[in-house]
Design a protein around this ligand. Structure first.
Ligand code: XIL
Length: 400
């Protein structure tokens, strides 16, 4: 029965026109002058072959970020002993796929090894430990990373410094010290400060701008600010306020990027909340497209199957553009729309973020019953409303 169904579907797919090349997320991003559209990933899920296949689909993802494997507890589990095995798997994957690697992260208050958190440190000994860690990790990945998130989440919501081990022992100068160590180890990689809830502007964003100025005033390299972009559906600011906040950073002379975007939904989802999520993703990516100096957009993994959200936000999930069965949600179309691609229009050149003029032809939507994905598929990946591209096997997905 299933075979008969597949046969009918394959025949239907072969007779329906799919003459125009599909546009993926990264292709749409490049057409708008961004450097990449990307996804985080993590080592355990790489054994899931259909997952790995889509992560490696460079039409959608031109960049990947290791979600955990470059953090301190993984890279220096014992003082002075470094382990790059897990991080290298992801760096090698990016290299093999021709994807940029965003490297994440050198200093954070979470996922620290116990030798560090339970040690007794003076100002001088902790600076030495911090510099040794950064020097070793950045040197190992020299030439592989497009960006390093040097300092992650150093701020409280009111814009004051978070009292982590580094701040308590060294004071605010741990931040310029960290950037200086990273710059010395790899002068070519772009160095970022990265945090969440900056998108609302206000005190926390002001604190992040103060960090940029603190590092710059010390004569030390800082190139960018990462907007993590972890949201609940319906709480994303409007597009123009997002643009204003991004611009308040680029005005300081740094670039910006969305680095960890997900838009969680209170479960169970409904058509309404999925539509809201789609609008939220659209506004977020469009704010980047419309900001000169916003270089890229990264989602915090691409499928709900491997999202961190359900484990951290009780009662929430469904935060990513693909569901746990790898079927695209309305959010995928929202992202394309935010980058100027709709079923009936063509992507046009960004008004602001690019100097070259590029035009990408978008796809016609695939009709009910048509093929919309699968290994080697080059036709439309967007189904006509209300159909969804539904995974059948690695070689065949269908608009159902
Ligand atoms: C998360 C990972 O996705 C989880 O797997 C891990 O258990 C905790 O950290 N901000 C960050 C990311 O900068 O490193 C975090 O990643 C999510 C919040």
């Amino acid at each position: 029965m299933v075979q008969l169904f597949s046969l009918i579907a394959a025949i239907a797919a072969s007779v329906l026109p799919n003459t125009v090349a599909a546009v993926g997320l990264d292709e749409a991003a490049l057409a708008k002058g961004l450097l990449y559209f990307g996804s985080a990933t993590d080592n355990p899920e790489l054994t899931d072959v259909p997952y790995l296949t889509q992560l490696s689909n460079i039409a959608d993802f031109g960049q990947i970020t290791p979600g955990n494997s470059q953090k301190w507890d993984t890279t220096e589990p014992t003082q002075g002993t470094f382990s790059f095995t897990k991080g290298d798997v992801i760096a090698d994957l990016a290299d093999a796929n021709g994807q940029y690697l965003r490297c994440h992260t050198l200093l954070w208050h979470q996922q620290l090894p116990s030798w560090l958190t339970s040690g007794t440190w003076t100002n001088a000994t902790l600076i030495a430990v911090l510099q040794n860690h950064i020097t070793n990790v950045v040197t190992h990945y020299k030439g592989s990373c497009i960006h390093w998130d040097v300092v992650n989440e150093a701020l409280n919501e009111d814009g004051t410094y978070r009292t982590n081990i580094f701040y308590e022992t060294i004071g605010e100068s741990y931040i310029p010290i960290a950037f200086a160590a990273a710059a010395a180890a790899d002068p070519d990689v772009k160095l970022y400060y990265n945090d969440y809830n900056l998108e609302y502007g206000g005190n926390k964003a002001a604190g992040a701008r103060a960090i940029v100025q603190l590092v710059m005033n010390a004569g030390i390299q800082i190139d960018g600010v990462g907007f993590q972009g972890h949201f609940e559906a319906g709480t994303v600011p409007g597009k123009s306020s997002l643009v204003s906040v991004l611009q308040s950073f680029t005005a300081l002379g740094v670039e910006v990027a969305y680095t960890e975007v997900d838009v969680r939904i209170q479960l169970p989802t409904s058509a309404t909340t999925l539509a809201q999520q789609s609008t939220d993703f659209q506004n977020l990516v469009q704010s980047c497209v419309e900001t000169i100096g916003c270089v890229g957009f990264t989602i915090w993994d691409w499928t709900d199957k491997y999202s961190w959200v359900p484990s951290v936000f009780s009662g929430y999930g469904a935060a990513l553009p693909w569901d746990e069965n790898f079927v695209k949600k309305p959010a995928y179309d929202g992202l394309l729309k935010g980058m100027g691609v709709t079923s009936t229009t063509t992507a046009t050149t960004s008004t602001s973020a690019t100097t070259t003029s590029t035009t990408t032809t978008s796809t016609a939507t695939a009709a009910h019953w048509s093929q919309c994905s699968g290994n080697g598929w080059t036709g439309s990946t967007v189904c006509a409303s209300p159909w969804s591209c539904t995974y059948q096997n690695d070689w065949y997905s269908q608009c159902l």
